[in-house]
Ligand binder design. Structure first.
Ligand SMILES: *[C@@H]1O[C@H](CO)[C@@H](O)[C@H](O)[C@H]1NC(C)=O
Ligand SMILES: *[C@@H]1O[C@H](CO)[C@@H](O)[C@H](O)[C@H]1NC(C)=O
Ligand SMILES: *[C@@H]1O[C@H](CO)[C@@H](O)[C@H](O)[C@H]1NC(C)=O
Ligand SMILES: *[C@@H]1O[C@H](CO)[C@@H](O)[C@H](O)[C@H]1NC(C)=O
Ligand SMILES: *[C@@H]1O[C@H](CO)[C@@H](O)[C@H](O)[C@H]1NC(C)=O
Ligand SMILES: *[C@@H]1O[C@H](CO)[C@@H](O)[C@H](O)[C@H]1NC(C)=O
Ligand SMILES: *[C@@H]1O[C@H](CO)[C@@H](O)[C@H](O)[C@H]1NC(C)=O
Ligand SMILES: *[C@@H]1O[C@H](CO)[C@@H](O)[C@H](O)[C@H]1NC(C)=O
Ligand SMILES: *[C@@H]1O[C@H](CO)[C@@H](O)[C@H](O)[C@H]1NC(C)=O
Ligand SMILES: *[C@@H]1O[C@H](CO)[C@@H](O)[C@H](O)[C@H]1NC(C)=O
Ligand SMILES: *[C@@H]1O[C@H](CO)[C@@H](O)[C@H](O)[C@H]1NC(C)=O
Length: 817
């Protein structure tokens, strides 16, 4: 027979064949499904390499590990997702069993499932007395069944790194991560359901397998049976025998009828809940992907920390993890400035210096200098601690010491550190500045980076600051770093030397601010039609920029007070607002300044204000609320300490916290208090008799400092914890009318449960509730000097430092007044 290649159907079949061969998989005719029965074989090469679940959603068989199909795993995978994902694989002591081409899987008469390699050597087997067949169920469970219908062996009871809806883990079972996304070898993390009733996540030492200190635990320890359950409606929780369920992540529930779902202990140590839309109704041809909808722990960067025993933390040695990305569901690991990854395919191994490491033979301190990294620390690494000291002394002390590889300076503290650096973390909430010692010849680091030009500018006192001026195709992280670096540079200049560069930097930073005409904004807001809200400074309208893909905007029309300022003053203030860049601040896009019309244009926040979120019909999840608290604290910390010039907000309240698509909180209206200077001498008429968000020093003649924001934040924090407004006339009891008083009473009486009554999630996390409430009570101290700084607040909230027992907020004041 002659093949006619012009025949369309034949051509199609040929293409299909090529496609299949290319994938290294020869599959049974699509849609066909069969059980593996006694006498029949699966073979890694040949037509029968896999069987399917009746729905076709899952396949079981030989999974090619490489493109040339020379090595296979015996595995179960999602067949209809792109990419296909392995959810179970055959292992020998947690190591994947890898077999060459021409290997076969065979069910013997005796009911033994055996895997033979190409030499006929048995490399894996499951002995299930009298099994008569192997079947892959629609749940993805691979089972051996016998003639009585019993299931003597199931993959669901022998999980690898993934569990599926309908699967649960009982005591003494575990998930083990893979080494990397493409390397199925035993990885560095384990999730264990322990017989003591605890669910625990451990880092593991490779290759010996000993465990380091746990980085997450359910802390149930009831000595009762605990189960990890992924139920068939897609709910992932753990449950101690006969007690209530606790969700593992804050993810909403996705219905398994519409989504493929899996929970996988990923190579980076996070247990992630993934979903993939099934598209069973609409053949939209849309590009579906696996999406992370939940993660445990919620902040792996901060949680996976090595202790004295060893291990490199979340990112390995000489690397660091970016805390500010915690909410992105991915771990962002980078090498410390001047270092490079040991192996870019296995970044967890960490980084090594990309320069000749100092040696104590012939050490000459004048041949070294420091690479600086802001907001960075390596907790628990130091071998020497000096205090009080200043930064110059800190640098000198480390330079003089041939053992010192880096120093961290914060406030008046200086820590000397040796390599390898572990537990590296960077984030807005991290106080320290890292100084990494490098040879002067190597000072203009990264040979492997993507920075194009690096200008070195001399600062007074001969220390150097690096201005990274041109940046192309850099990673998001570098961008952030550069913004921070630029901010620091301009800060230093403003404060120390009046330099021509100052002018230049300011225009550079301010230049992304757009100047709008009144007419443009009138059009964008459809003649100021839709009002989003009105605050102390004016009315906010919703709008959209037609020319820019209809980007939604919020336009704040400032009321007359602002119009009194001179044009120059107004522009300067606006520019200073524009120089703030932080994930927890609403971004200023531009402004309008035409005669009496003064307007500010912000990005629009789709989820409205915290007020409606907190005090709406349903109580928002505790985890989400806790994340919001941390976000607001970081934003305020940035305003107070980290931006070019300190900004005191003066009006922190739930209406001024907006929520973006991902419910990340953004502080709005900052910088306006200064703009409306006259307004700062407000009188107390508006708040008579009740305590609002307003700090008591407003009513006195004492100076207003950043501590007024700390006070307001404390009130807001209580509102978020308790999901109620500070003043509630219809409160259950009279004592509960004013939240700030009541919270202290509850705390004093050890009745925190009253504050989160009916909130099971919060009740379960009562330790954190307690921490938050204690921090709040510190914040609402009537005496400003007793209130902690926002830096301290952020650290306390995150659990980085202990929280002391707070005094009665009014005790100090009543003794003087
Ligand atoms: C399994 O996946 C392959 C490759 O994507 C596809 O060709 C095949 O039809 C699928 N099988 C079933 C039973 O859905
Ligand atoms: C495959 O095995 C299942 C039991 O797991 C059984 O219910 C089903 O009938 C079998 N199908 C075939 C085609 O033998
Ligand atoms: C299945 O494999 C076994 C062991 O390799 C072999 O003895 C048997 O002949 C094979 N059966 C078929 C039908 O290929
Ligand atoms: C593949 O499986 C089918 C159905 O069990 C069987 O009829 C066929 O002989 C098998 N092919 C080979 C090459 O084993
Ligand atoms: C399983 O691994 C052990 C070592 O961990 C090895 O001795 C044994 O041969 C392996 N079994 C098979 C079937 O490969
Ligand atoms: C397996 O079958 C044999 C013979 O039918 C029987 O004697 C034996 O008890 C069975 N084993 C199990 C575990 O069911
Ligand atoms: C799964 O758990 C959720 C939450 O506890 C519950 O609402 C749902 O009914 C459960 N589904 C099944 C099938 O048990
Ligand atoms: C849990 O409940 C079951 C029945 O619902 C009961 O038999 C068992 O004793 C209970 N266990 C404990 C520890 O209370
Ligand atoms: C399918 O598409 C139609 C029209 O585009 C839409 O109305 C319907 O909601 C879609 N169904 C699903 C399940 O996405
Ligand atoms: C990383 O992986 C790629 C593709 O698998 C390979 O080509 C490359 O050689 C690997 N690099 C290292 C350093 O092993
Ligand atoms: C640092 O200096 C050494 C020796 O001069 C050189 O081998 C190395 O490539 C340099 N590294 C970088 C990043 O420039």
């Amino acid at each position: 027979m002659v093949m006619d290649a012009t025949n369309p159907s034949l051509l199609f079949l040929l293409l299909l064949l090529l496609l299949l061969l290319d994938r290294g998989l020869s599959l049974v005719v699509a849609g066909s499904y069969q059980n593996l029965t006694v006498g029949s074989n699966l073979s890694s090469s040949g037509p029968n390499s896999s069987i399917f679940s009746p729905s076709g959603d899952f396949a079981f068989g030989f999974w090619p590990l490489d493109t040339d199909s020379s090595l296979f795993l015996l595995a179960v995978w999602f067949n209809n997702t792109s990419p296909q994902v392995v959810v179970w694989f055959a292992t020998n002591n947690t190591n994947p069993v890898q077999v060459p081409a021409k290997s076969t899987l065979h069910l013997t008469q005796a009911g033994q499932l055996s895997l033979f390699d190409s030499n006929g050597q048995e490399v894996w087997s499951r002995d299930a007395a009298n099994a008569t067949g192997v079947s892959l169920l629609d749940s993805g469970n691979l089972v051996l069944y016998d003639s009585s219908g019993a299931l003597p062996w199931q993959s669901f009871q022998n999980p690898t790194d993934t569990i599926l809806p309908g699967q649960s883990l009982g005591e003494n079972s575990e998930l083990r991560s893979k080494l990397t996304s493409s390397d199925f070898s035993t990885g560095r993390f384990e999730l264990a359901v322990q017989s003591d009733g605890n669910l625990v996540l451990y880092p593991i030492a490779i290759p010996t397998g000993n465990v380091y200190r746990a980085y997450w635990a359910s802390n149930t320890q009831y000595d009762k049976k605990l189960q990890l359950v992924f139920n068939s409606s897609g709910s992932l929780y753990y449950q101690v025998e006969n007690s209530s369920q606790t969700s593992l992540t804050s993810a909403a529930m996705y219905s398994p009828t519409d989504f493929y779902e899996r929970a996988t202990l990923d190579p980076d140590g996070a247990l992630r809940l993934y979903v993939y839309p099934k598209n069973n109704n609409n053949n939209s041809g849309s590009t579906n992907t696996w999406t992370v909808v939940g993660m445990l722990p919620a902040n792996p960067c901060q949680k996976i920390q090595a202790d004295g025993d060893g291990g490199g933390g979340a990112c390995g040695f000489n690397a660091y993890c970016n805390f500010d990305d915690d909410q992105s569901m991915q771990l962002n690991c980078e090498c410390v400035l001047g270092c490079k990854f040991i192996d870019t395919n296995r970044t967890y191994l960490g980084c090594i210096p990309d320069f000749t490491v100092q040696s104590c033979d012939e050490y000459q301190s004048n041949q070294y200098m420091f690479n600086e990294m802001p907001n960075m620390d390596w907790p628990g690494n130091s071998y020497e601690h000096y205090t009080p000291t200043d930064e110059d002394t800190c640098r000198a002390l480390c330079l003089a010491d041939c053992l010192c590889s880096a120093a961290v300076f914060q406030g008046v503290d200086c820590w000397k550190i040796k390599m390898p650096l572990t537990n590296g973390g960077q984030g807005m909430s991290v106080g320290g500045k890292a100084l990494i010692k490098v040879p002067k010849t190597n000072a203009s680091f990264p040979a492997h980076g993507s920075l194009n030009t690096i200008t070195v500018v001399k600062k007074d006192r001969s220390a150097l600051i690096l201005i990274i001026s041109v940046l192309l195709g850099s990673s998001g992280f570098l961008n952030i770093l550069i913004v921070i670096a630029a901010a620091i540079v301009s800060f230093s200049f403003c404060n120390r030397t009046k330099d021509k560069k100052n002018q230049m930097e300011q225009t550079m930073l301010g230049s992304n601010l757009r100047v709008f005409t009144y007419k443009e904004l009138e059009e964008a807001t459809d003649n100021f039609r839709e009002e989003l809200g009105s605050g102390g400074f004016g009315v906010v309208y919703k709008g959209a920029l037609a020319a820019e893909f209809r980007t939604a905007i919020a336009v704040k029309k400032l009321d007359r007070a602002a119009a009194k300022e001179s044009e120059q003053e107004f522009t300067n203030e606006v520019r200073s607002i524009a120089q703030t860049h932080h994930k927890n601040l609403v971004k200023l896009l531009g402004f309008c300044n035409e005669g009496n019309h003064r307007m500010l244009v912000y990005e629009h926040m789709s989820n409205g204000s915290l007020t409606s979120f907190l005090f709406g019909c349903t109580r928002p999840e505790w985890n989400k609320r806790a994340q919001i608290v941390l976000g607001i604290a970081r934003g305020l910390l940035y305003l107070h300490e980290d931006c070019t010039a300190q900004i005191i907000h003066c009006d922190i309240k739930s209406q001024n916290i907006l929520l973006d698509d991902n419910f990340i909180p953004k502080i709005s209206d900052f910088g306006l208090a200064k703009l409306l200077r006259a307004d700062q001498t407000r009188t107390n008429t508006a708040i008579r008799g009740t305590k609002g968000y307003v700090a008591p020093e407003w009513f006195k003649n004492s100076a207003v400092t950043a501590k007024v924001d700390v006070f307001s934040f404390g009130v807001l924090l209580l509102e978020i914890v308790c999901c109620r407004k500070n003043v509630q006339m219809e409160a259950a009891t009279e004592e509960a009318t004013v939240l700030t008083y009541w919270a202290y009473d509850c705390f004093k009486d050890g009745r925190l449960d009253l504050l989160v009554d009916g909130d099971e999630e919060a009740m379960f996390d009562i330790k954190r509730v307690e921490r938050f409430v204690m921090v709040a009570i510190w914040c609402i101290q009537e005496e400003p000097s007793l209130r902690p700084s926002m830096r301290k607040v952020a650290q306390m909230l995150e659990g980085a430092v202990a929280v002391a027992v707070p005094p009665d907020p009014s005790s100090y004041i009543s003794s003087i007044v």
